[in-house]
Design a protein around this ligand. Structure first.
Ligand code: NAD
Length: 284
C-alpha cells in the first residue's frame, strides 16, 4: 500500500506531533480539529519544533519548508476525502471517539485504513463502529512524538494482516520502531507506566515527600530521565485519569483506582503543561 495522504484528527499534544513526523517523511497531511485555536496552536508547535531541528542541523531549510507545505489545516471532516490512512488522535473519551470514528467512516473511501492513537481504550470495541473493522488498528505513539521512537501497534480482534502490514510500513516510513501487542486495556506500556505514575501521586497525597523530591528520587534512584510527576504533567492529567479509569474498569481491579488527588486536580482544571499548571508550574 502506498500511503500518500494521511488525515490526523485532533491537533493537540499528540496530533500535531504525528502530523509533523508524517509531513517530514514526505506524506501529505490533513490536520483536523473542531477548534480553530487548537489548529493554530498545533501548527505553531510544529513550526517551532522544525525550527529547533533546523538549528540543530538535523533537517535542512528545504525539509522544513516542504514539511510545512504538506500540512493543511481544517475544521471539516470532508477535507480528509483524499486520505488513504487516518489517525484519530482526539481527546481520550470512548463516546467521543466512537462519534468521531463514525464521522471519519462517512468522510473516507472504502479502502482507507483508520487507526486510533488511544492510550487505553479497546481497539476491538472502537473497530466495531466503522464499516470496515478489518481496516482498523491501534497506533499508539509516545509523547513527544518527534522525539520518542516507539509505536505500539495494537491489533483488534477484527484487524486484518494487510492492515497490520500497512501500519508497520507507516511506522518504517516515519522512522519509528514498532512492537505489536494484543488488545487489552492500556496495552503494554501504559499498563506498566500508569500505575507507577498513579503510585507517585498517592505518595504525594500522603505527604511522604514533595513533588520535587518524589521526582528526584525516581530520577536519581532509578535512572529515569524524567520524574513520574513531571511525566504526568507532560502527558496531561486528564489523559492520565482517563487511561487509569480504562484500566480500572477494563480489569475490574482496584489496584488501578486513580488517586483522589489526580481527580481533584483534573476537576480544578490543572491539567499539567497544557494548562500551565499541574504538579509543577509552567507559567512561562
Ligand atoms: P489533547 O487534549 O492535547 O488534544 C486533543 C485534541 O482533540 C484537542 O485539540 C481537541 O480540540 C480535539 N478534539 C476534541 N474533540 C474533537 C472532535 N470531535 N473532532 C476533532 N478534534 C477533536 O490530547 P492528547 O494528549 O493529544 O491526546 C490525544 C489522544 O492521544 C488521546 O486518545 C490520548 O489518550 C492519546 N495519547 C496521549 C499521549 C500523551 O502523552 N498525551 C500519549 C499517547 C497517546
Amino acid at each position: 500500500m502506498n500511503i500518500h495522504h494521511i488525515a490526523v484528527v485532533g491537533a493537540g499534544i499528540m496530533g500535531n506531533g504525528i502530523a509533523q513526523v508524517c509531513a517530514l517523511a514526505g506524506i501529505e497531511v490533513s490536520l483536523i480539529d473542531i477548534s480553530e485555536e487548537a489548529l493554530e496552536k498545533g501548527l505553531a508547535t510544529i513550526t517551532g519544533n522544525l525550527e529547533r531541528q533546523l538549528r540543530k542541523d538535523s533537517i535542512s531549510l528545504s525539509d522544513k519548508l516542504a514539511a510545512l507545505g504538506r500540512i493543511t489545516l481544517s475544521t471539516h471532516y470532508a477535507s480528509m476525502n483524499q486520505a488513504n490512512f487516518v489517525i484519530e488522535a482526539a481527546s481520550e473519551n470512548l463516546e467521543l471517539k466512537k462519534r468521531i470514528l463514525q464521522q471519519i467512516d462517512v468522510a473516507v473511501g472504502d479502502h482507507c485504513i483508520i487507526a486510533t492513537n488511544t492510550s487505553s481504550l479497546s481497539i476491538t470495541e472502537l473497530a466495531a463502529t466503522v464499516s470496515h473493522p478489518e481496516q482498523f488498528i491501534g497506533l499508539h505513539f509516545f509523547n513527544p512524538v518527534p522525539v520518542m521512537s516507539l509505536i505500539e501497534v495494537i491489533r483488534g480482534l477484527q484487524t486484518s494482516e494487510a492492515t497490520h502490514k500497512a501500519a508497520l510500513a507507516l511506522s518504517d516510513m516515519i522512522g519509528k520502531s514498532s512492537v505489536t501487542v494484543r488488545n487489552r486495556p492500556g496495552f503494554v506500556v501504559n499498563r506498566i507506566l500508569c500505575p507507577m505514575i498513579n503510585e507517585a501521586i498517592f505518595v504525594l497525597q500522603e505527604n511522604l515527600a514533595s513533588a520535587k523530591e518524589i521526582d528526584m528520587g525516581m530520577q536519581l534512584g532509578c535512572n529515569h530521565p524524567i520524574g513520574p510527576l513531571a511525566l504526568a504533567d507532560l502527558v496531561g492529567l486528564d489523559t492520565l485519569l482517563a487511561a487509569l479509569r480504562s484500566l480500572h474498569e477494563g480489569f475490574d481491579d482496584p489496584k488501578y483506582r486513580p488517586a483522589q488527588l489526580l481527580k481533584e486536580m483534573v476537576a480544578a482544571g490543572n491539567l499539567g503543561r497544557k494548562s500551565g499548571r499541574g504538579f509543577f508550574n509552567y507559567d512561562d
